[in-house]
Design a protein around this ligand. Sequence first.
Ligand code: TRP
Length: 335
Amino acid sequence: MSDTVNNNKKRALSCVQPSGVLTLGNYLGALKNFKAMQDDFECLFAVADLHAITVRQQPANLRAQIYATYALFLAIGLDPDKSTLFIQSHVKEHAALSWLLSCNTQFGEMARMTQFKDKSAKHADNINVGLFSYPVLMAADILLYTPDFVPVGADQKQHLEIARDIAIRFNNNYGDVFKVPEPYIPTKCARVMSLQNPAQKMSKSDENQNAFVSLLDDTDTIIRKFKRAVTDSDNRIICSDDKPGITNLIGIYGAVCGKTNKEVEEEFEGKGYGDFKLAVGETVANELAPIKANYDKYISDKAELERLFRDGAEKARYLANKTYRKAMKKVGFVI
Ligand code: TRP
């Protein structure tokens, strides 16, 4: 098994929570980039199901979302022969290492986390201890696999920073166990904003269905959502702080086609908003159509999904267990 991981490529790891349907924002901000990384890095990607229960989940719904997220990994082109694709809870070392790390993390450090503050304001009736210590579990996810790089969006940078602090502290206290990972900031990565309120991030939990594009929306729905996208009353297709709607559409189009904002502006010079919105809608729809078709195929074959995620877990466990045992031993446990 070790020959799958024994090469000279740098290692990268990232995880995606199985909470709700993934959006164009998740795709252009992270998933498309994961696919591009597969050839240059030795990659591990996990469905972070343990993280999902920091907010209340319906069991049947959670189960369905775990399958759906794994199927989407495959549908966007993550290849189980190139990358290790697994489900976090299948590798028990994540929860186990998070205990060791918890005892080496200060209360004050966690209390500063902005996501905790946001989420506890949003879920005031369920400010559980897991929500509070979530970044420690995320640190365990990362440190178990000694990755060189962790591709994350801007909203996860603070958590990655804590993972680095925890690793450095642990290594100082007990001797070298963990690699201190670097954030990986992809060159072509878009921060996709809501189509209805471009001041806000595109979010699957938006009450307005027209504000986000699901990766599983059909072509007509996608085109309709782009036609309805909020823009301004001027008619020039240029990026500008006072044109957040058009700037967002330019970013989306550029991220899908691999073009810079400037190239997109030139391509649509002299064209009107109607033409531009339609072009963005069609381009996104064309990009997502094969993903949806692949998804439908993978999600309908549960046995194959299970075979793949069991295999992925086995590969992940091999690496995780090595690091976990080393950490336990250094702390003084008898193993
Ligand atoms: N917390 C991340 C998010 O909500 C998901 C995540 C969990 C993660 N563990 C991770 C991301 C490890 C990178 C590495 O998006």
